[in-house]
Write a protein that binds this ligand. Structure first.
Ligand code: NAD
Length: 251
């Protein structure tokens, strides 16, 4: 499993759920992985899991709402592993769910945009100058970034649409330098975010499952497999693309 041997990968938002699975996947294919998120204890546990499987990884505490924190994350990544080849910007929060637009709270709206949109931009701002030739970025959008989503609410949907705009613009700007930048749009995947917002109630869970023509929710490993392909040389002609992985929801 040496598809990513010698490459340095940074996964932001890696302490749980999809990000954790991506970090483990990239390490299992030979990348040296820097895991970043706010929660040191959870991050350290994922590093221990990767190490036990024979991979190489370290954890750096970082908060995508702070420029200083992201600057420090990139400085530490480069000083630890000598460069950066792959960045996966996965950190995200859901905000208020099932709250209509006119009732949505302004502070929550700002917080979602600050983490999900400005956070991804902040990460790219400090990652791009550090990327080695043929560097790759994958940003985490959602099917909520492709169509309106009254379950997840206006802020989340707006934020995931904006990530695709950031991705496409940066992809065009840096393509000539050999840097590829794509987004991924998963359907509902079984994680803490999904549990908190959609899966805690059995009736709601069944409704959400039925939205997926494939008849079930996605698994974190299915997202990680797709991200592995997107950061590998196998997707070398793909940039500025928002890849859908949704069991047919948006078909
Ligand atoms: P999760 O809550 O398990 O993961 C979120 C991660 O982001 C955690 O590691 C958390 O620590 C980190 N994070 C949050 N705010 C941060 C901040 N300010 N700074 C640094 N890290 C921060 O949930 P998940 O479902 O694994 O979600 C991961 C990503 O996938 C999110 O961007 C989410 O919007 C997106 N997504 C999830 C689903 C789904 O159904 N689970 C579907 C589509 C997209």
């Amino acid at each position: 499993m040496t598809m990513l041997a010698g490459r340095v990968a940074l996964v932001v938002g890696a302490s749980s759920g999809i990000g954790k699975s991506i970090a483990i996947k990239l390490a299992s294919h030979g990348a040296k992985v820097v895991l970043a998120s706010r929660r040191q204890m959870e991050g350290d546990k994922v590093v221990a899991e990767i190490t036990a499987l024979g991979g190489e990884a370290c954890f750096i505490a970082a908060d995508v709402t702070s420029s200083e924190s992201i600057k420090n994350l990139l400085a530490q990544t480069v000083s630890t592993y000598g460069g950066l080849d792959i960045a996966v910007n996965n950190a995200g929060i859901e905000g208020s769910t099932f709250v209509p637009t006119a009732d949505y709270d302004e502070a929550t709206f700002d917080a979602v945009i600050n983490t999900n949109v400005t956070g991804v931009w902040r990460c790219m701002k400090y990652q791009i100058p550090q990327l080695n030739h043929q560097g790759v970025i994958v940003n985490m959008s959602s099917i909520a970034g492709l169509r309106g989503n009254e379950m997840m609410g206006c802020a989340y949907s707006a934020s995931k649409h904006a990530i695709i705009g950031l991705t496409k613009t940066a992809a065009r700007e840096y393509a000539a330098q050999g840097i590829r930048i794509n987004a991924i749009c998963p359907g509902v995947i079984k994680t803490d975010i999904a549990e908190r917002s959609l899966l805690h109630d059995e009736i709601l869970k069944r409704r959400v499952e039925k939205l997926h023509p494939i008849g079930r929710l996605g698994e974190v490993d299915e997202v990680a497999e797709s991200v592995l392909w997107m950061v590998s040389d196998q997707s070398s002609f793909m940039t500025g693309h928002a890849m859908v992985l949704d069991g047919g929801v948006t078909a």
